[in-house]
Design a protein around this ligand. Structure first.
Ligand code: NAI
Length: 333
C-alpha cells in the first residue's frame, strides 16, 4: 500500500526503513503545500503538529488509514475521517512512565527552584542561597485531573513522596484509587484542596479551557499548575492574570496553546492567521519570560523507551491494518 509518514525524526527513520521499506518518510509536518505530492497516499502516519483536517482528508482521495504516533488525537478530525470510512488509530498508554516522570520533573524544578539555582551559579558564579528557598512535596496535596494511564502513574509516584492525592475524572476507577491510595473528589473540591494541580485529560470540547478565569479563582491561593497534556486545556490569558496576581504561584508547562504556530512564527505572520492566534503567540512569549514559569517544548513523551514503543506500536498499527485486523482503533469523541 502507499504509505506516507510525516514529521519523522532521524531516530525513528531506521525503524520505519527496516519494517516498512516502501513507505515515504518526510521530516516535515503535514501542510497544504505537500498534499498534491502525496495524493496517492492510502496510509498516512502523523505526529502531533500535523493537523489532519477535513480539507486534508478531502485532498487525499485514496486515504484508508490515519495513524498518529501519539496518544492524543486532537490534531485529527476523527469524526470526519470515520464518516468517510477511514480508520483512525493511535498509540494509547505508551507514555505513562515518561510523561508522569516529566510532570514530576517540572514540579521539582519549581518547588526547589532548580533553574534559578542553575542560572545563578552558571552565569553569575553566585553560590549564595538567599533567594533559593523551596518547599517540600511531602505533606502537600496534589490534585490530578484525569486518572488514565498517566494520571494514575503520577498518583503512584506522588504517594511514594508522601503526598496526599486528590483526583477528578469523568470515569473514576474506585478500585485503582483504593490500591494506589488516592481519593476521588468533585472538580471544585479538587480546585480548592490542591496545593499543586496536574492535568492529564485529553483535549476535547469539554476540556478546552478547563482552567479558566472562573476555575482558577476557585483554586487555593498560591497553587502550582503542571500541564503535560495539551496547551488548550488552559486559558492562557487567565493563567497570566492569575500568575500576575499570585493566585497561581508557578506553572510548569510542557504544552502551550497554539504551540505548533509558535514553532513557526514566520508562517504565522505570513499566513494571514486570525488575531486570536497572534494574541496567543504573544501571550506564550510573556509566559515563557515569567520567572515563576518553566516552559518545555512538548518533550514529556520524548524518552528512549517511549520513542521505541511509539514507533513499534505505530508500525504494528499499520501492519495489522494491512492484514485487515486493525489495532488501537480510535473512536470519534
Ligand atoms: P488516558 O486516555 O489513559 O486517560 C485520560 C483520562 O482522562 C481518562 O481516565 C478519562 O476518563 C479522563 N477524562 C476524559 N475527559 C475528561 C473530563 N472532561 N474531565 C475529567 N476527566 C476526563 O490518556 P493518557 O495516556 O493518560 O494521556 C492523557 C493525555 O496526555 C493525552 O490525551 C495527551 O493529550 C497527553 N499526552 C501528552 C504527552 C506529551 O508529550 N506532553 C505524551 C502523551 C500524552
Amino acid at each position: 500500500m502507499n504509505i506516507t509518514c510525516v514529521e519523522v525524526r532521524e531516530e525513528e527513520k531506521i525503524f520505519f526503513e527496516q519494517e516498512l521499506p516502501t513507505a515515504k518518510l518526510l521530516a516535515e509536518k503535514l501542510d497544504s503545500s505537500m498534499l498534491s505530492t502525496i495524493r496517492d497516499t492510502e496510509i498516512l502516519c502523523v505526529f502531533v503538529d500535523s493537523l489532519v483536517t477535513k480539507e486534508v482528508i478531502d485532498a487525499l482521495p485514496h486515504l484508508q488509514l490515519i495513524t498518529t504516533r501519539s496518544t492524543g488525537l486532537d490534531h485529527v478530525d476523527t469524526a470526519y475521517a470515520t464518516s468517510k470510512g477511514i480508520t483512525v488509530t493511535n498509540v494509547p498508554g505508551y507514555g505513562k512512565r515518561s510523561v508522569a516522570e516529566f510532570a514530576l520533573a517540572l514540579l521539582l524544578t519549581l518547588s526547589r527552584k532548580i533553574f534559578d539555582a542553575y542560572h545563578q551559579v552558571r552565569f553569575n558564579g553566585d553560590y549564595s542561597f538567599k533567594h533559593l528557598r523551596g518547599f517540600d512535596l511531602g505533606g502537600k496535596t496534589l490534585g490530578i485531573i484525569g486518572t488514565g494511564q498517566i494520571g494514575r502513574h503520577l498518583a503512584q509516584i506522588a504517594r511514594g513522596l508522601e503526598m496526599t492525592v486528590l483526583a477528578y475524572d469523568v470515569q473514576p476507577d474506585p478500585a485503582i484509587a483504593t490500591s494506589l491510595g488516592f481519593t476521588y473528589v468533585d472538580f471544585d473540591t479538587l480546585l480548592s484542596g490542591a496545593d499543586i494541580i496536574s492535568l492529564h485529560v485529553p483535549l476535547l470540547p469539554a476540556t478546552r479551557h478547563l482552567l479558566n478565569r472562573d476555575t482558577l479563582a476557585k483554586t487555593k491561593p498560591g497553587v502550582y499548575i503542571i500541564n503535560t497534556a495539551r496547551g488548550e486545556l488552559i486559558d492562557t490569558t487567565a493563567l497570566i492574570e492569575a500568575l500576575n496576581s499570585g493566585q497561581v504561584a508557578g506553572a510548569g508547562l510542557d504544552v502551550l496553546e497554539g504551540e505548533s504556530e509558535l514553532k513557526d512564527e514566520v508562517e504565522l505572520i505570513s499566513g494571514g492567521q486570525q488575531m486570536a492566534d497572534v494574541q496567543v503567540m504573544l501571550e506564550n512569549h510573556i509566559l515563557t519570560d515569567m520567572p515563576q514559569v518553566v516552559v518545555t517544548p512538548h518533550i514529556a513523551f520524548y524518552s528512549k523507551e517511549a520513542e521505541r514503543e511509539i514507533v513499534q506500536t505505530s508500525i504494528s498499527n499499520i501492519k495489522s491494518f494491512m492484514k485487515a485486523t486493525p489495532t488501537n482503533k480510535a473512536q470519534a469523541l
